[in-house]
Design a protein around this ligand. Structure first.
Ligand SMILES: [Zn+2]
Length: 341
C-alpha cells in the first residue's frame, strides 16, 4: 500500500485526516523471466546455479565465448524466491534515494538484476556524487549483481566489491559526508578462461604467461568470496541435436525455496548457508572423523588449497538441505568437491 500524495501525509499528520491508501498491483516474479528450460545441456552448470540460489553462494562461470555462460547467468533470477515484504521495503528505499522510482514503477517488488558493463566506473558501482546516490552494488541488494566478463572490470571496481561481499554494506566517504548503504546481493560472474577464450576447447593460442596474467586479474581476495567456480564447455554435437527440453526454472525454484526454508529455521532469521560463521560451521557441518580425513586427502590429491575446506562444507550443507537431509554425508561432500576447479 502506498499513499497517493505527500499532501495526504501532511493532512494526516496535521489534521488527522484518514489516508486513502492506494493498492499497488504487485507484478508476479514469473513475468518476462528467461527460463532454464531453454538452455540445452549444461547440467553441471545448472546444478551449480541451483546450489548457488539455494544457499546464497556467489558463483563464477568460466567458459569460452559461445558456451552459454551469460545465458545461464541471466537465468539465475528466475530460480530465486519472491521478495519478502521487508526486502520490498528495503529495496524500494534504495531505489527511491537513487531516484530510480517512477509513477509506472513506484515500488521494487521484483528482485533487482543489475548488470553493469565492465567499463563501469568506481563511482557508478559504489555510489557517491553530491547527494550520496547509491551505486550498482547497492541497487543490486536483495537481487543479483551480474558481472559479465568479470576479468575485464577495472581492478579498483573489483576491489570495491570486497567490503560489501564480506560485511554486507558499502561505505562512501567524501569531503562532505560519509554514508553507509546496506547491501546483500548474490554475485554471478562470468569470465573467459584465457585471453583468446578457447582454453577449455583444446585450441587455445595463448602462452602460459598470458594465461597466468589473465587469471591473476581476478584476485585472490575476490575469489575467496566466491564459493562456486565452474568451468563451462561448449556443447558437443550430441547435446546440440538433442531437442529434449530441460527442467523449467519453476521446478528448480521449488527446491530452492524448500532449502531456504530449512536455512531460515536453522538460523532463526532470513540467512543462507553462505553466511555461516566459524562457530556455525562447527555446529551445522559436523562431519564424521573418517569423512574429515577423506576430505583433507581429497583436497591434497586434487591440489586444492586448504582454504577452500570451509567453502566445501558450506556447499555440502546446501546440497544436503536441497535433499532435506540433516546429516552431512560423504556423497554431499563428494558433490561439493566436484564444484571446485
Ligand atoms: Zn587462450
Amino acid at each position: 500500500m502506498v499513499v497517493k500524495s505527500i499532501a495526504d501525509v501532511v493532512n494526516f499528520i496535521e489534521n488527522g485526516v484518514k489516508i486513502d491508501f492506494e493498492k499497488i498491483k504487485i507484478e508476479k516474479d514469473e513475468d518476462n523471466i528467461l527460463d532454464f528450460s531453454d538452455v540445452k545441456g549444461q547440467y553441471f552448470a545448472k546444478r551449480a546455479m541451483e546450489i548457488s540460489a539455494a544457499g546464497g553462494h556467489n558463483i563464477l562461470l568460466i567458459g569460452s565465448p559461445g558456451s552459454g555462460k551469460s545465458m545461464l547467468a541471466k537465468r539465475m533470477i528466475g530460480i530465486l524466491p519472491e521478495m519478502s515484504e521487508n526486502e520490498i521495503i528495503e529495496s524500494t528505499k534504495i531505489y527511491s534515494v537513487a531516484g530510480e522510482l517512477s509513477e509506472k514503477n513506484p515500488i521494487i517488488s521484483k528482485r533487482p538484476v543489475r548488470m553493469p558493463h565492465h567499463s563501469s566506473t568506481l563511482p557508478a558501482m559504489v555510489g557517491g556524487g553530491k547527494k550520496a546516490i547509491p551505486g550498482e552494488i547497492s541497487l543490486a541488494s536483495n537481487g543479483i549483481l551480474i558481472l559479465d566478463e568479470m576479468s575485464e572490470f577495472k581492478h579498483s571496481v573489483l576491489e570495491a566489491l570486497r567490503q560489501p561481499l564480506e560485511d554486507g554494506f558499502v561505505s562512501i566517504t567524501r569531503a562532505m559526508y560519509r554514508v553507509e548503504f546496506k547491501t546483500n546481493f548474490l554475485l554471478v560472474g562470468t569470465s573467459n578462461p584465457c585471453p583468446c577464450g578457447m582454453l577449455y576447447e583444446g585450441n587455445c593460442k595463448c602462452s602460459n604467461i598470458e594465461i597466468e596474467r589473465y587469471t591473476k586479474k581476478l584476485s585472490g581476495p575476490i575469489l575467496d568470496r566466491i564459493d562456486l567456480i565452474i568451468q563451462i564447455k561448449r556443447l558437443n554435437e550430441e547435446e546440440l541435436v538433442n531437442n529434449k527440453k530441460g527442467e523449467s526454472s519453476a521446478e528448480i525454484r521449488k527446491r530452492v525455496i524448500k532449502a531456504r526454508e530449512i536455512q531460515f529455521k536453522r538460523f532463526k532469521e532470513t540467512r543462507t548457508n553462505s553466511t555461516m560463521t566459524q562457530e556455525e560451521l562447527k555446529k551445522y557441518c559436523d562431519i564424521k572423523d573418517e569423512d574429515k580425513k577423506f576430505l583433507i586427502s581429497a583436497l591434497e590429491n586434487l591440489k586444492i588449497s586448504a582454504r577452500v575446506y570451509d567453502k566445501i562444507l558450506k556447499i555440502a550443507r546446501t546440497i544436503a538441505d536441497l535433499e532435506g537431509k540433516e546429516e552431512l554425508e560423504r556423497k554431499h561432500l563428494l558433490e561439493a568437491i566436484s564444484f571446485k576447479k
